[in-house]
Design a protein around this ligand. Sequence first.
Ligand code: NDP
Ligand code: SSN
Length: 292
Amino acid sequence: MEEIGFLGTGIMGKAMAVNLLRHGFKVTVWNRTLSRCDELVQHGASVGETPAAVVEKCKYTIAMLSDPAAALSVVFDKDGALEQICGGKGYIDMSTVDADTSSKISEAITSKGGCFVEAPVSGSKKPAEDGQLVILAAGDKALYDQVLPALDVLGKKSFFLGQVGNGAKMKLVVNMIMGSMMNAFSEGVVLADKSGLDPHTLLDVLDLGAIANPMFKMKGPAMINNSYPPAFPLKHQQKDMRLALALGDENAVPMPVAAAANEAFKKARSLGLGDHDFSAVFETIRGAQSST
Ligand SMILES: NC(=O)C1=CN([C@@H]2O[C@H](COP(=O)(O)OP(=O)(O)OC[C@H]3O[C@@H](n4cnc5c(N)ncnc54)[C@H](OP(=O)(O)O)[C@@H]3O)[C@@H](O)[C@H]2O)C=CC1
Ligand SMILES: O=CCCC(=O)O
């Protein structure tokens, strides 16, 4: 496949770009904080000075950026990707954003003759390192087919969901469920502990029953030790709850559970936990219990 551009080398972008390099792809990376590209250079990446420079060099460019503001800025600002988009170029935005943001980017790219696919992902740092993401793509089917060899390296399964916006919406629904689950799980672990049960035994019981899942299994032991090394930063989970609640507003879907979960993530952010893993929402319950 042609050389791939990669914009955004945070937790996910770095792991994904390294994975592409390991599988023999030529990759040119850019990150707002350029020094964060250094490690990728050691893995064989080239560096572009700006998003525009990366798009000029590469037929296909992937973006993996924190939120809607970042995704828009990297496309529309000076030296942004849009400056070099033209016929034959493809732009694949894998950031988690809302459908409106994705549509704005899609319209701008296609108005200059380029092709656009949104492709947010399920799965976190480790699945990104291992090429085990679940890819929720939508947009230009021809571009999707062209970049499948790269998506197949990044993920264990890709869904093509039709028109632009459907990938973004699917991702927000999934993360809304995940954020609500994390809150219920946190309450359960604290309740077990405070009522005299061993929380480790709770994890064993959960793991054998109908609500067993990789998230409880993976995050539970660290949470019990009050340890939250960032795989999925809490500030991004709260962004996803906010965007999912807005989608609920648009569609008149009552979501009281998600709204309460969002409040807990906001509280965690106000306690300075935004850069911790999203499981640090546990602290808002543990802390409330210990102060009473
Ligand atoms: N971590 C996870 O488990 C998962 C995350 N996601 C989603 O993937 C995306 C990336 O997440 P993750 O890698 O964890 O996040 P990080 O916070 O680790 O990285 C964010 C990236 O966005 C860049 N960025 C932030 N603001 C701007 C801006 N205004 N202009 C240009 N670049 C900007 C950062 O650059 P700089 O280094 O300069 O700050 C960095 O490259 C998010 O949308 C997230 O919701 C999806 C699935 C899983
Ligand atoms: O958006 C982040 C998703 C994290 C996960 O799926 O484990």
